[in-house]
Design a protein. Structure first.
Length: 119
């Protein structure tokens, strides 16, 4: 996370969550939904945008560890990576995609260990 100049908190429809946005001088923007009272078992998500307003990434966490599918995008808006995580470890298919939408790497992981290079 870059150094932020402004943080804005908004309450969501869920009274136990808060939606926080971060702004920097170069207008890069990130936002996240956090539990107000953090407990280990409550998941939260984190999204980032490029200063152009194009979506940059979506991440999710459980127990403070990466969990679920992570998406990252090129500055032109095309998907750049898809990564699957389980309890903080890469687990499942990993895809690296070039800015033209072509998959250039495909790998398979189990509990953080590379099992197979597919492409």
């Amino acid at each position: 996370m870059p150094t932020t100049d402004i943080e804005v908190d908004l309450h969501t429809e869920n009274p136990d969550e808060i939606y926080r946005s971060y702004f920097t001088k170069n207008e890069a923007l990130a936002s996240a939904t956090y539990p107000i009272k953090y407990t280990e078992d409550i998941p939260y998500s984190f999204n980032e945008w490029y200063s152009s307003g194009i979506f940059a990434s979506k991440e999710s966490y459980v127990n403070g560890k990466k969990h679920g599918v992570f998406y990252r995008y090129h500055p032109n808006g095309t998907l750049s990576t898809i990564e699957h995580y389980k309890s903080g470890k890469i687990h499942g298919i990993y895809l690296l995609i070039n800015k033209f939408g072509r998959t250039v790497q495909k790998k398979y992981y189990v509990d953080g260990h590379l099992v197979r290079n597919i492409i």
